[in-house]
Design a protein around this ligand. Sequence first.
Ligand code: HEM
Length: 140
Amino acid sequence: MNLAALETSFDLVAPHGDELVDRFYTDLFAAAPAVIPMFANTDMVRQRQMLLSALVLLRRSVRNLEAIVPALRQMGARHVAYGARSAHYPIVGAVLIGAMADVAGEAWTPEYTQAWSEAFELVAQTMIEGAAEVRIAAAA
Ligand code: HEM
């Protein structure tokens, strides 16, 4: 994984964090209207802040991802109750990376898209593993 690209690109969008998460949810709801009801009872102001905090944590941890594996698994487990399914993750990833590219503007490069695709894949896999454990426990 291209860690330097992850760090540089995140630092490009970090000063526009509010715009990023705002744009992310607008684009997500446009691309996948089926997920809108999942957020029906969600405080979206708080939600945007929590997503931004998760991204900042990821930025701080890119050189030590092992350290955040337990937190990612727990976050994936919580997402089962929110109605998130494995099939939702690729669309969330694509929309998030698209929003980062939009916010960064001309400074964004295909290399950054590639680096974030790989990082998101890892994050999603870890969250999905955590979600699978909840389902196995519920079925037992
Ligand atoms: C890398 C992927 C994702 C990240 C980093 C992420 C991050 C977060 C965070 C930090 C929260 C706040 C609550 C918590 O921490 O438990 C949250 C809530 C939520 N997420 Fe995600 N999420 C991801 C993927 C998804 C996917 C694929 C879906 C499905 C569409 C989804 C749907 C939701 C919903 C509905 C809530 C709101 C729950 C509520 O109302 O309290 N998320 N997400």
